[in-house]
Ligand binder design. Structure first.
Ligand code: SF4
Length: 347
């Protein structure tokens, strides 16, 4: 236990009151012993010795002329010595305390969270529910013109799958409305693997214009059709790995193609909307730079049963509410739960 400025006699008390903010004395030492200790130090020579021993810079007066050491300086020297010793002891004790506390926290976390149980973002269910409410009308472009809507419902399963793949290839860097219009033209022309093989690349390019990178995408579609005819009996592969080997097919496209085309949940399709919103909501442990990293972060904690739904939900939410520029945070149901919204609304 520590107190400031114990009283020894009138004179010492006055001295110490002036410096009580700087010095502390060990209360464990009985006042008599303390006084005796201070008096013992009244020799300027021994004060100088202590100062050197502690590695403290001795004052020039002290160094050159120990006889001029005053009683108040002696008290200060003694106080400093005691403080240094105690601070050193305190820091060791503190370290032990912190170590013990940390151990306790780790044990309690391990006890409460099973190893299979992922740590999920706070309030994520409420946030998701709010997004579902805001998206209840299902009238975003992705709902009306997304990849699922681009395929011909009357076609065979193989043809539908091929059309889902082509629509996703067209959709990168392109608005849903533009992709949908291009898909309508392609379907009218006949969008099957065989038809594409029999159509010139220039004709395909004209049909899909003005989707982003239309010339390159026309070439990708032609090459893909050739690979599918040669290796997959004019169907599409059912794994992300194999799909990613096709020209112009990336991770997000492959995941969505398997999810939609094969009706298998193999991952979360993360596009620019999902990537942005997940970061704004704090659904990643730390800010992510790429959609691939966001996908991994989300798949770590989001229940698998929601993987398919969350893509369309967040894409539409990003198209209508949580837009890249000027998101509608003021009217968002999550404005008090979303870290980005809280700072954005209060600005
Ligand atoms: S509060 Fe703003 S940033 Fe957060 S989810 Fe809503 S619209 Fe997006």
């Amino acid at each position: 236990m520590w107190i400031t400025t114990p009283m020894i006699n009138g004179r010492l008390q006055r001295k110490m009151v002036r410096s009580h903010t700087s010095y502390k004395f060990n209360c464990d030492m009985p006042p008599r012993a303390w006084k005796a200790n201070v008096m013992e130090m009244s020799s300027a020579k021994s004060a100088y010795f202590i100062s050197k021993q502690e590695g403290q810079p001795a004052s020039s007066n002290m160094a050159s002329s120990p006889k001029r050491q005053t009683r108040s300086n002696l008290i200060k020297q003694q106080a400093l010595k005691i403080k240094l010793e105690t601070d050193a002891n305190e820091s060791v004790e503190e370290k032990v305390k912190v170590k013990k506390a940390r151990k306790k926290v780790i044990v309690s976390v391990e006890e409460n969270v099973s190893k299979d149980e992922p740590i999920r973002p706070e309030n994520w269910e409420t946030v998701l529910k709010n997004i579902q409410i805001m998206r209840a009308k299902k009238d975003a472009p992705v709902d009306l013109m997304g990849a699922e809507q681009c395929a011909d419902a009357e076609s065979s399963q193989e043809v539908k799958r091929f059309q889902v793949l082509v629509s996703l290839m067209l959709s990168s860097q392109t608005k849903d409305q533009v992709t949908f219009a291009a898909m309508e033209k392609l379907r009218k022309h006949g969008l099957t693997v065989e038809n594409v093989l029999n159509t010139d690349e220039e004709v395909i390019a004209k049909l899909i214009h003005p989707v982003g990178f239309w010339k390159k995408k026309a070439s990708y579609i032609k090459k893909t059709a050739a690979i599918l005819a040669e290796h997959y009996y004019s169907d599409i592969p059912d794994t992300v790995e194999e799909l990613c080997k096709l020209p112009g097919v990336g991770q997000k496209m492959a995941v969505l193609t398997v999810n939609i085309g094969w009706d298998k949940t193999v991952g979360i399709g993360v596009d620019t909307h999902v990537h942005r919103i997940a970061n704004r909501l704090g659904w990643t442990r730390r800010p992510t730079k790429t959609p691939e990293n966001t996908q991994k972060e989300l798949e770590d904690w989001l229940p698998r049963s929601l993987w398919n739904e969350v893509n369309v939900l967040l894409v539409g939410f990003g198209q209508q509410h949580c837009t890249p520029v000027k998101p509608h945070c003021g009217t968002c149901l999550n404005k008090d739960l979303c870290p980005f919204g809280k700072s954005h609304v209060n600005r």
